[in-house]
Every structure is written in structure tokens, then in C-alpha cells.
Design a protein. Structure first.
Length: 202
């Protein structure tokens, strides 16, 4: 409709909605027309370019969920990916504490986790998967918003929501445990070779 502010509560206008539905079935128009004006929200779908990093420069703060990687509603993945983030952060912190304890055991160290390394590993483990999941939402949005409904009547599959196994069948916890050690070793090798940070390549 109009250039609505980025809000989840900007008021909408029933007349605007009805004008967009002029060719729709009268039953649909009647339902929309019956919507109480104070209950209609003009909700703008907003796209955000991927952030180059989710971790603060000193490695003390990490973004998770929509703060790190906002999802379009057409992805049906916003909450799921936030949960995967949380699980991955938890595994990375646990593994960092274990690794530090093992490395310091002979020296009588405290075993205090290297939080900075854990958070950078979290980002590295999650970044590509999240970006790929975001793209599914963009693709689905385009498929739905640009649909040829004459074609859809003949081929309903053209607008069916994708249910991809790589997306829905992923075990974030098992994956984080499986790749944490290798991820940390790769990050350390890059630092030894001159401080290469993968984020500078994004």
C-alpha cells in the first residue's frame, strides 16, 4: 500500500485492502470488509542485507536470531533458526570450556572457556546455513507474489511451500559437536597465517 513505517502495528485501511482484492471472490471481500478498522495492520515485509558479522570486535557479544539474520515470513524459519543459534552457541561454549581445560590441565590452569573463540566458531558454523535458509524465504516470496494464477489452477505445486529435508531435518546440536573442533583449528590456522578473518571475505 503506502510507504508504511517499519512497524508491526502501523494501522491499515480496509479500503486499501479491498482495492487490492477487487477481482477476488465476494466471500473473501466480505470477510475483509468485516474486519474491524482498529484491528487491521499494514505490515511491511522488510528485507535486510546479511550482516558481515554477528560477533562484536572484542568477541564478548554475539547476535542471535532476527538480530543477527532477519527472516521473511515466507521462510517459515525465523524462530527455528534462532533456536538453532542458541543450541550452537551452547555447544560452542561447552566445547571451548572442555578444550581450554584439556590444554591447561598440565599447567594447572583454570579451564576458563575462551568465549571469544567459541562465539567466532558459532558464527562460522552457522553463517552459511542461515544465509541459505534466508534465500529460501526470498525465493518463496517471489514465487508467491509473482504467481501466474491461471497456471497455479492447473499446477498447484507451483506455489506449494517447499519442505526441504536439509532445512527441516537438521540436527543443529549434533552438527555443532561434529564440526566444532575442526572449525576452531581452521580459525587458528588462519590467524597463524596472518590473521585472515573469514568475515573480511563476506
Amino acid at each position: 500500500t503506502h510507504d508504511v513505517s517499519e512497524s508491526w502495528s502501523a494501522p491499515g485501511r480496509v479500503a486499501d485492502a479491498l482495492s487490492l482484492l477487487s477481482a477476488w471472490h465476494p466471500t473473501v471481500r466480505a470477510i475483509v470488509a468485516a474486519t474491524p478498522p482498529d484491528r487491521l495492520v499494514d505490515w511491511k515485509l522488510v528485507y535486510r542485507d546479511p550482516l558481515p558479522t554477528w560477533v562484536s570486535p572484542r568477541g564478548r557479544i554475539a547476535l542471535l536470531g532476527d538480530a543477527a539474520h532477519p527472516f521473511l515470513p515466507t521462510s517459515i524459519q525465523g524462530a527455528s533458526q534462532a533456536v538453532e543459534d542458541g543450541v550452537t552457541v551452547a555447544v560452542c561454549l561447552e566445547m571451548a570450556a572442555r578444550k581450554k581445560a584439556e590444554e591447561e590441565e598440565e599447567e594447572g590452569g583454570t579451564g576458563k572457556a575462551d568465549v571469544r573463540e567459541a562465539l567466532r566458531a558459532y558464527e562460522r558454523i552457522r553463517y552459511d546455513r542461515v544465509r541459505r535458509a534466508q534465500k529460501t524465504g526470498e525465493t518463496t516470496r517471489d514465487r508467491w507474489h509473482k504467481a501466474d494464477f491461471d497456471k497455479v489452477l492447473k499446477e498447484p505445486e507451483a506455489v506449494r511451500l517447499p519442505r526441504e529435508e536439509w532445512l527441516l531435518g537438521h540436527d543443529a546440536e549434533a552438527h555443532a559437536y561434529a564440526v566444532y573442533g575442526e572449525t576452531v583449528e581452521q580459525m587458528r590456522r588462519e590467524e597463524e597465517k596472518g590473521g585472515v578473518d573469514v568475515r573480511s571475505l563476506l
